[in-house]
Design a protein around this ligand. Structure first.
Ligand SMILES: [Fe+2]
Ligand SMILES: [Fe+2]
Length: 194
């Protein structure tokens, strides 16, 4: 793993401290998990890694306590996030053409909420698999559940409904082991809840 990714994470952390509850755990989880499931030969890591590390920094600019499931909040955090990402990456002298692409993808990263399948966006397809799955992880489950004000059982069912929507709208698993991992996480949550 390249040192620059850790440097980007360090630069992003002060923003995540001001962002939503649990955002630091969210980003650190993605940073550990994604490389276990997606190989560097399958995607441009120099784009994927900054996108995953910086995609939610924009939550530092939305009013505290905003509901992240609100569509306007989704739009604003993506726009603010793209601006902050550009600042951070420029400061680190990241290649200009890559910054442009990372910004474009951060702007789009939550467009699943507007029905985007990410069919022609391999980086976002991979990223979205895991950004979604965070809700089914041990830590992510309670963090996301509280945003939605749901009880554990209700939220478990809600995740299943979201996944059904993913399937209906064509957001498939990038590879089999990623889909299997989601099923494993859901099995673990089920055991804890029911
Ligand atoms: Fe986001
Ligand atoms: Fe996220």
């Amino acid at each position: 793993m390249k040192e620059i990714y850790k440097t980007i994470l360090d630069k992003a952390l002060p923003y995540y401290k001001k962002a939503r509850e649990g955002d630091i755990e969210h980003i650190k989880w993605l940073f550990i998990i994604i490389p276990k499931f997606v190989d560097e030969s399958e995607v441009d890591y120099d784009i994927l890694m900054p996108v995953l590390l910086l995609h939610d920094v924009g939550y530092s600019k939305v009013p505290k306590g905003s509901n992240p499931f609100n569509l306007d909040i989704r739009k604003v955090h993506s726009e603010e996030g793209a601006k902050i990402a550009e600042e951070i990456l420029n400061e680190l002298n990241y290649p200009k053409n890559k910054i442009k692409e990372i910004k474009r993808l951060i702007l789009k990263h939550d467009n699943w909420a507007f029905g985007d399948s990410f069919k022609d966006e391999p980086v976002l397809r991979i990223f979205n698999n895991f950004d979604f799955m965070w809700m089914a992880s041990k830590k992510g489950f309670d963090i996301a559940r509280k945003f939605m004000n749901k009880k554990a059982k209700e939220f478990y069912i809600q995740i299943q409904e979201f996944q059904k929507e993913n399937e209906e709208q064509g957001r498939n698993w990038f590879n089999k082991k990623t889909g299997d991992f989601y099923k494993q996480l859901m099995k673990e949550r089920k055991k804890e809840i029911f």
